[in-house]
Write a protein that binds this ligand. Sequence first.
Ligand SMILES: NC(=O)C1=CN([C@@H]2O[C@H](COP(=O)(O)OP(=O)(O)OC[C@H]3O[C@@H](n4cnc5c(N)ncnc54)[C@H](O)[C@@H]3O)[C@@H](O)[C@H]2O)C=CC1
Ligand SMILES: CCCCCC(=O)/C=C/[C@H]1C=CC(=O)[C@@H]1CCCCCCC(=O)O
Length: 254
Amino acid sequence: MELVGKVAIVTGAAQGLGRAFARAMIQRGAKVCISDQNVEKGNTSCVALRKELNTADVNFVKCDVTQQDDMKNMFDDTVRRYGGVDIVVNNAGIMNERTWSSCVDINLKGVIQGTLLALEHLQERGGVIINISSIAGVVPVAGAPVYTATKHGVIGFTRSCSVNPKVKAANIRLACLCPTFTDTPILDMTDDHFTSWSSRQNLWKDVEQLGIMKVETVAQGFIQLLLDKDNNGAIMTISPNRGIQTKYYPKARM
Ligand SMILES: NC(=O)C1=CN([C@@H]2O[C@H](COP(=O)(O)OP(=O)(O)OC[C@H]3O[C@@H](n4cnc5c(N)ncnc54)[C@H](O)[C@@H]3O)[C@@H](O)[C@H]2O)C=CC1
Ligand SMILES: CCCCCC(=O)/C=C/[C@H]1C=CC(=O)[C@@H]1CCCCCCC(=O)O
């Protein structure tokens, strides 16, 4: 897939991985809508990306992924501004075991809502949906069971959409990105983010064992996943010890 002239939407892109994905796509010629619930950080990042990359082809739209009206407006605004949508990256996510219900709302329901709207918008012209899961989407993580459940859900949902014949016929491709720990503000967790059935200490032991990747490393894998036009249903894992790996888990046998 060639990115020049393509139109992309990234949720939760005011900082961290979302911002790095947006940056990598703009650098390759895409027009990008960065959205986030944090208006101040979103606007600041938009101005900084315009300046750094010397482009007007990036804009910010306020969007809380738990709010259906915000989500619809993000798509409508992008269509009005750029004439359509080709790529949707459902990236917004939090790690909070205590406010676990909002973790489900943002990490899983937000991705489902973003994907369903993306399918509607892409059905005429085809395109790509990348859903951001985590390595916690494929392995159990004792320190963060709710976060882990949401990320497993993202993979199950995305893979199920990817094998739908209607989706394939519309030339829509879906894939999941599953990084291990990456250097973003999501790692600034305190004990308040945990319950007696989860643990910052446990999670931090994992961090110490595995290490922390740079956002640029994950953005490199993201671009690889986006450009490979033959990877519908793929799950890409990225970790410090094994690097970038693309996996296809078994399909159902009827
Ligand atoms: N950093 C890491 O170690 C890893 C992160 N991930 C996933 O990558 C994605 C991005 O995370 P990071 O950049 O690391 O985190 P981050 O905390 O730096 O960025 C997350 C962004 O999402 C936004 N956000 C939160 N709630 C939102 C909502 N309701 N609506 C819209 N935006 C909202 C925040 O304002 C923030 O800008 C998340 O889905 C996360 O679960 C996956 C594996 C590892
Ligand atoms: C808030 C971010 C949470 C990110 C979750 C995460 O990265 C968790 C990682 C580890 C916790 C326990 C583990 O066993 C996880 C690491 C497993 C890495 C396996 C790598 C496999 C591979 O590269 O194929």
